[in-house]
Design a protein around this ligand. Structure first.
Ligand SMILES: [Zn+2]
Length: 248
C-alpha cells in the first residue's frame, strides 16, 4: 500500500470527492492524511475521516491562519483540539510561514503558536506534520528546543544540510510531485535515506498547471524507485514501515 501523508481533501468539491478517493485506491494508495489549515477545515477533515476508511485527519492551524486569530480565539481553538485529538492521526499542518509575515511581531506570534502545537502534540503523543516556508531554520530550532520526537517535515527538500539535520533528529521528510521534474529535488532524494522518507501530494494544490490528487503518489513512488535504483515494491514496503513507525 502507498500512502499520501499530506493532502487537503477538505478543499476538494463534494461532487469530486468520491471519484478522487476511488482513483487513489485503484492506484494502490491505501491511506490519505488530510491536513487542516483554517479552523473550519478541521471540522471538515474530521468528518471525512469518519466517512472514509482510507482517510485520516490532521488537526491544527496553518501558520498564516493562526497568525490572524486573537488570543481568545486561539484558546478556544486549542480547547476544541483537545476534544478532537483522539480522532486525529496527527497534528498538522502547523509550523512557520514567513513569506507573508509582514513584521517581526507576526513571526513571533507564529513561533508562539507553533511552540504550543509542539507541546500539545507531545502531551497527546501525536506526530506533527510541519509546514515551513522561508523559516526552515527556525522550524528546526523550535522542534529541537521543545524536544519534539515525532515529526514529519512536509516538502522539506531544499537544503541538503537542513535535511541532514532533520535526519540526525530522527525526523521524517516528505517529498511531493516536484521530484518528478526538479533535478535539485531529485538529487536531494537520491542522497536522503529511504527509511526517513514519506510521500505527499499536497492535493488539490496545483502542480504544473494540474490539480495534484492522491492518485499521483504512484508516479512519485515510481520516480523514487528509479532514483534509488530499486523496485516500486521495495519503495512501497519501506515507506509503509516508515508510516507505521511515525503514525503507529
Ligand atoms: Zn499543505
Amino acid at each position: 500500500m502507498l500512502i499520501d501523508v499530506h493532502a487537503h481533501l477538505d478543499m476538494v468539491s463534494k461532487k469530486d470527492l468520491e471519484s478522487v478517493i476511488n482513483e487513489a485506491t485503484k492506484n494502490k494508495i491505501g491511506k490519505v492524511i488530510s491536513c487542516a489549515t483554517s479552523f473550519v477545515s478541521n471540522k471538515k477533515n474530521i468528518e471525512l475521516a469518519k466517512t472514509y476508511d482510507s482517510v485520516d485527519a490532521g488537526i491544527g492551524l496553518y501558520p498564516l491562519d493562526a497568525q490572524e486569530l486573537s488570543e481568545n480565539e486561539l484558546e478556544h481553538a486549542f480547547e476544541f483540539f483537545e476534544t478532537k485529538v483522539k480522532t486525529a492521526i496527527a497534528i498538522g499542518e502547523v509550523g512557520l510561514d514567513y513569506k507573508y509575515a509582514k513584521s517581526e511581531a507576526e513571526k513571533e506570534k507564529q513561533q508562539d503558536v507553533f511552540r504550543q502545537f509542539i507541546l500539545f502534540a507531545k502531551r497527546f503523543d501525536k506526530p506533527l506534520i510541519v509546514h515551513s516556508r522561508y523559516a526552515q531554520r527556525d522550524v528546526l530550532r523550535l522542534l529541537e528546543e521543545e524536544k519534539a520526537n515525532k515529526v514529519l517535515l512536509h516538502s522539506f527538500v531544499d537544503s541538503q544540510k537542513l535535511m541532514n539535520r532533520a535526519f540526525d533528529n530522527d525526523f521524517f521528510v516528505s517529498v511531493g510531485l516536484n521530484v518528478l521534474e526538479n533535478e535539485l529535488v531529485q538529487e536531494r532524494v537520491k542522497n536522503f535515506p529511504l527509511n526517513s522518507l514519506l510521500l505527499e501530494t499536497d492535493s488539490p494544490i496545483r502542480f504544473s498547471g494540474e490539480r495534484a490528487m492522491p492518485k499521483d503518489i504512484l508516479r512519485v513512488a515510481n520516480k523514487v524507485a528509479e532514483l534509488k535504483g530499486i523496485t516500486l515494491e521495495q519503495v512501497e514496503e519501506q515507506l509503509e514501515k516508515n508510516f507505521k513507525t511515525l503514525f503507529g
